[in-house]
Structures are given as structure tokens and as C-alpha cells.
Design a protein around this ligand. Structure first.
Ligand code: NAP
Length: 248
């Protein structure tokens, strides 16, 4: 089993891309720790992950956490203990035109997508470095590389996370810890369709070379690859999983 004896923490693992990633890693034999703010969602996701990975030896546990709240991030790091894989996936993605952007939503986006991921990583990486191994995967977005009207703050926050990927690769490579980004294009999850609108996601999908929105499973496959030893010579990279949108 590829992820046997591996503990993986996936923030926002109770839905969408995070849950799909948790299923793949648990199927590979990992002990998966998933986070989210809503405990009911957490319990349902644990049941779904364990059912989907039955017989693999993998397991799932839910830890309630709000990545936008620093005290909660610190508690999460303590509760999780040493992990081998960290997927910084939880994200806040409300939209607004720049002239309409309110401060509270600006802060929520940066607190969750940048500050939360930053201090969770800073708290968990020392044990990876002490063991001389680990893999961190940051989930960014194609909007961090393109100008998308109405997504200024979200895109900027994910561009910051992409920058952290490169800095962390520089800081942690000598200690055996790899750090990479997966940059999804439009992905048909219930969460993003509720916030951005299903029509919008389908329309953005129709505009990518492959001609459709992706699925959470398609993004999760690349996250699982980067988390695994199959990607042992890959660090500081961003893999675009966006139907060709940023390349063509
Ligand atoms: P999703 O289906 O809405 O799932 C989001 C997950 O994150 C849930 O588990 C949610 O649980 C959790 N979460 C949200 N805010 C949180 C917070 N402040 N603290 C802790 N957990 C939080 O979203 P998704 O579409 O899978 O997106 C996952 C990641 O991919 C995000 O970072 C997003 O920016 C990125 N992405 C998505 C797309 C897309 O089109 N779907 C495209 C590019 C990038 P609770 O609500 O219970 O907290």
C-alpha cells in the first residue's frame, strides 16, 4: 500500500477536492485527518471515506478547525501531532468586484487561505524536518495566474500561497520535505457552485481547451501523486490541473 504507515492531514477534507483526496490516500492505507468547521459534515465525511476505502487498512478522523482563526489553527496542529503529508486545501472563495470589496471578507479570505496555511505549516514542518521526510501540497487556483474579474482578493491570496510553495521548497528541501502546488481550474464541487454559481463554473469550464469543468477526483489524483514517493524528485512545482486553460 502506497500510503501505509502514513499520516496525512487534509484541511477542508470534509467536502469537495479535500474529501476526494482523503479517499484516495485512505485507499492507499493512510491514516487521514480531515478538518472543517461543521462537525456534522465531518462525521458524514469520515463515514464516506471509510466506506470508500474499506479493506485498505486506511482510516479517517475528523478534527474541527477554522483555518481563519489562529487559535484554532494552533489547536489543530497540537491535536494532529506529527504528520507525514499536509494538504493545505481549505479555502475561502467569495467573489466581489474590487470597488465593492468589504474589509471583513478581504480579511476572511487572507486569514484562511494564507495566514491559516502559513502557521499550520510552520507548526507541523519541524517534526517532518526532524524525521527527514514529508510532503506538503498547497491547493491554489488557475485564477492566481490569470486576471479574473470579480476574483481579485481570492486570486491574490492563492498567488501568495503559490509564492509560499517556492519559499518553503527553498527552506525545507535540504531537510527532506517536498512542497508543491496543485492549481485547479473550474471544478464542479457543491461548495464552489454554491458560492460562484453552477452556471458560472460550467461557463468557465466551457472556455478551457478540454471544454468542461473538472471533477474533484481529477484534482485529487494530482494531489495524491505529489503527496506520494512517486513524486520524490518534484519540489517547488505548480502542476496545473485546469483542462489546459493556463497553457493555451
Ligand atoms: P468545498 O467543496 O466548498 O470544500 C471546502 C472544504 O473546506 C470543506 O471541507 C469546508 O468545510 C472547508 N472549509 C472552508 N472554509 C474553511 C475554514 N475557514 N476553515 C476550515 N475549513 C474550511 O471547496 P472545493 O471546491 O473542494 O475547494 C477546495 C480548495 O480548492 C479551495 O482551496 C479552493 O480555493 C480550491 N479551488 C477550487 C476550485 C473549484 O472550482 N472548486 C478551483 C480552484 C481552486 P466547512 O465548511 O465545514 O468548514
Amino acid at each position: 500500500m502506497e500510503f501505509e504507515n502514513t499520516t496525512a492531514l487534509i484541511t477542508g477534507g470534509t467536502a469537495g477536492i479535500g474529501e476526494a483526496t482523503a479517499i484516495l490516500l485512505a485507499r492507499g492505507g493512510a491514516t487521514v485527518l480531515i478538518t472543517g468547521r461543521d462537525p456534522e459534515r465531518g462525521a458524514a465525511a469520515v463515514a464516506a471515506i471509510e466506506e470508500a476505502s474499506g479493506g485498505s487498512g486506511g482510516s479517517a478522523r475528523y478534527l474541527q478547525a477554522d483555518l481563519g482563526d489562529l487559535a484554532s489553527v494552533r489547536r489543530l496542529a497540537e491535536q494532529a501531532g506529527p504528520v507525514d503529508v499536509l494538504v493545505n486545501n481549505a479555502g475561502s472563495f467569495p467573489t466581489a468586484a474590487t470597488v465593492d470589496q468589504d474589509v471583513a471578507s478581504f480579511e476572511e479570505i487572507f486569514d484562511t487561505n494564507v495566514r491559516g496555511a502559513f502557521f499550520l505549516t510552520a507548526a507541523l514542518v519541524p517534526s517532518m524536518l526532524a524525521r527527514g521526510s514529508g510532503s506538503i501540497v498547497n491547493v491554489t487556483t488557475m485564477a492566481a495566474q490569470l486576471g479574473m474579474a470579480g476574483a481579485a482578493v481570492y486570486s491574490a491570496s492563492k498567488a501568495a500561497l503559490a509564492s509560499l510553495t517556492r519559499t518553503w521548497a527553498a527552506e525545507f528541501s535540504a531537510g527532506g520535505v517536498r512542497v508543491n502546488s496543485v492549481s485547479p481550474g473550474p471544478t464542479a464541487t457543491a461548495g464552489v457552485m454554491a458560492v460562484w454559481g453552477e452556471e458560472t463554473i460550467r461557463a468557465i469550464g466551457a472556455g478551457v481547451p478540454i471544454g468542461r469543468a473538472g471533477t474533484a477526483d481529477e484534482i485529487a489524483e494530482t494531489i495524491a501523486f505529489l503527496a506520494s514517493d512517486r513524486a520524490s524528485f518534484v519540489t517547488g512545482a505548480t502542476i496545473n490541473v485546469d483542462g489546459g486553460r493556463t497553457a493555451i
